[in-house]
Design a protein around this ligand. Sequence first.
Ligand code: CO
Length: 220
Amino acid sequence: MEKSYTKLLENNKDWAIRKKKDDPDFFKDLADGQSPDYLWIGCSDSRVPAEVITGTKPGELFVHRNIANMVVHSDMNLLSVLSYAVEVLKVKHIIVCGHYECGGVVAAMGNRQYGLIDNWLRHLKDVYRYHHKELDKITDKNERARRFVELNVIEQVHDLGKTSIVQNAWKKKQSLHVHGWVYDIKDGIIKDLDVNFTGPQDLHAVYHLDNILESEGKHK
Ligand code: CO
């Protein structure tokens, strides 16, 4: 009996043949290396496929996805992707893209216990607490969830700016902009939240990191 997953392999063969037919050098060019301009940090949700919704091709997006598009400073996976994207690939833009109807965000608003994932969702609950005055005022649960999605994206843009990886790139005058977007599953449109971090001036001063050598001299 044919297993449904084999459909994926058939699709893949068809795709490879089609691509090669359209452009005989397609795979040869990609095999030569990558130099994407964008790092995409998005949700793992199957309804938010980064390349499909942005019309980008292989080689254009460096991608990290996790539940609710979080930038967690103890997450080695995120930090490794960020470090490689910024220091080696020298991407010019980092896009945090959340989405409305995010299961992670909705779960974090409630009190149900899910198990291991509660440890991940707690980072979202912290975001809720930072903004509880604004969020608690929104009586409609769906509207509150939508605003929480937006505030979470903005918070993750801040979290990227806090990292030494991003700050050191800015110190080296590397052009690196961090953006916050939200995708709407209901109409397929991405909303730009207009949070654009282009340098340390966009961060509260308490997060500013001195140059590592300067720091040693200053604080001896
Ligand atoms: Co989600």
